[in-house]
Ligand binder design. Structure first.
Ligand code: HEM
Length: 455
């Protein structure tokens, strides 16, 4: 079998195109080469990209032993989350962590957080400016950060919450900065560990390490407190993890616990805030969908349409670009041979815009997840990846989306600050709206359904 067709541009130009227009770059590959093609970035193995749900399923099937996902992520996020993180581990150590973490983030476990998430959202929304434009994504980050601090870390002390509220956004911003993510790994690792370089306070790596050490001190102290005084009724993730035991009866070590808390922060905070920002970016430009959603919420109905809106927002504007695997064995896919050592990746935006599963994919149409065609739409829906490495926080993320959307629509009317749609841009690890979803909020006009469409 032949090798998949390759995008014929020098790797530096491919990466430049990717940075400028991430979704457009992959769409151009699909248009020219079909649903399986190769891209190439400097310093990395060739990456074979697939663009349909059926092919994505074959990529995810390699999780059973033919590939590793942690190895790829370690190069990028290893220094941010730690080597003992679910994101970076593979094989048996990964399974051990995943088995211990899954129950704490299971749908039933997170469902109990609904009212507390609603209260966090309501408190944040009450502070929004009225009648003046603001970036909705930043406000959503405050909500998702609060959820991580309280439900995942389980922090209750007001002073610590205040400290973390200041530290964590700086940690995430410094950790995701181009200076840190785009440095060659060897240079970056030296800058993060060399005592001489760490004395240079102006370096972004040094600033990062200082903030990280402050956060670590709080996290290790939380871990010690939880070990010292276990609370069997506590529902937060850290309490679950401290109590969890593997098959041999062994608990996670302090460092493993710290790395997993950092992982859940890095994987769960920006992603969910970005998904919320996109949901409103789309809803505000699709008044029919917004009107139908408001009607359902006003009637206090079962939330079927709300669920469809969440699915459609994550489909039309997926937050994560791809789910790559490093192949340990050759794979035959879509009529091509891909050798061991290559990356094989399901392109999330391409699969979610495949017209065979999503007719007129550019349209924002939650109805595609209800009624005829919904089966295929649901089966092809991969915003959270798939296989064994399926997003560990997918249930929490979707609960947050449903609850926060409801609270926002209950409290305010929103209009886009500018009518033009926002474009997907790479921001840290996410595909974010180019202007962070600029909106204007207005006081809700007593239960009516007035909608400012902005177009
Ligand atoms: C809308 C929000 C989110 C999106 C779109 C998203 C998407 C993803 C994707 C695409 C992956 C990779 C899956 C693969 O490789 O097949 C992933 C992995 C992961 N996500 Fe999420 N995620 C979101 C929210 C969250 C939240 C809230 C948490 C936890 C608090 C979380 C924790 C994780 C973890 C730990 C992994 C690594 C799983 C593993 O490798 O075993 N995510 N996520």
């Amino acid at each position: 079998m032949p090798a998949p067709p390759a995008v014929r541009l020098p790797p530096p130009l491919q990466v430049a195109w990717l940075v400028k227009d991430p979704v457009g770059f992959y769409e151009a590959g699909r248009r020219r080469h079909g649903p399986v093609f190769q891209v190439r970035y400097p310093g990395l193995p060739p990456e074979v990209v697939v663009a349909t749900a059926g092919l994505a399923e074959q990529v995810f099937a390699t999780d059973a032993g033919a590939s590793r996902a942690g190895e790829i992520r370690r190069a990028f996020v290893g220094p941010l989350v730690g080597e003992r993180s679910l994101l970076c581990l593979d094989r048996e150590p990964w399974w051990r962590h995943r088995r211990l973490i899954n129950p704490a983030l299971h749908g039933r476990a997170v469902a109990g957080w609904r009212d507390r998430i609603a209260a966090i959202a309501a408190a944040e929304i009450a502070g929004w400016p009225l009648g003046a434009p603001f970036a909705l994504r930043d406000r959503m980050e405050r909500i998702t950060l609060e959820v991580i601090m309280r439900m995942v870390f389980g922090v209750r002390d007001a002073g610590r919450l205040r400290a973390l509220r200041a530290l964590l956004p700086r940690l995430v911003a410094l950790g995701g900065s181009a200076a840190l993510l785009r440095l060659p790994p060897r240079l970056r690792d030296r800058a993060l560990t060399s005592p001489a370089l760490l004395r240079a306070g102006a370096l972004p790596t040094t600033r990062y390490v200082r903030v990280r050490d402050e956060v670590d001190a709080i996290l290790y102290d939380e871990i010690a407190r939880r070990r010292g005084a276990p609370d069997p009724d506590a529902a937060d993730v850290l309490s679950h993890l401290v109590a969890a035991r593997d098959e041999d009866g062994a608990p996670l070590t302090d460092q493993e616990l710290r790395d997993e808390l950092m992982t859940l922060l890095q994987a769960g905070h920006e992603t969910t805030a970005t998904a919320l920002a996109w949901t409103f970016e789309r809803l505000l430009r699709n008044p029919d969908a917004l009107r139908r959603l408001r009607t359902e919420l006003a009637a206090g109905e079962g939330g079927e349409y709300l669920q469809a809106v969440v699915k459609e927002a994550l489909r039309a504007r997926p937050v994560v670009l791809g789910a790559p695997r490093l192949l340990d064995e050759p794979v035959r896919i879509g009529g091509y041979d891909v050798p061991a050592g290559h990356y094989l990746s399901a392109s999330i935006p391409l699969v979610l815009s495949d017209p065979a599963a999503y007719p007129e994919p550019w349209e924002f149409r939650p109805e595609r997840f209800l009624g005829p065609g919904a089966d295929l739409a649901n089966r092809s829906w991969i915003p959270f990846g798939g296989g064994h490495r399926y997003c560990a926080g997918a249930q929490l993320a979707q609960l947050e989306l449903r609850v926060v959307i409801t609270e926002v629509l209950r409290a305010v009317d929103l209009a886009p600050a500018r009518p033009a749609p926002e474009r997907p841009r790479l921001k840290n690890v996410t595909l974010a709206p180019s202007a962070s979803t600029q909106v204007v909020a207005y006081a809700r006009t007593s239960g009516d359904h007035v909608i400012a469409t902005g177009r």
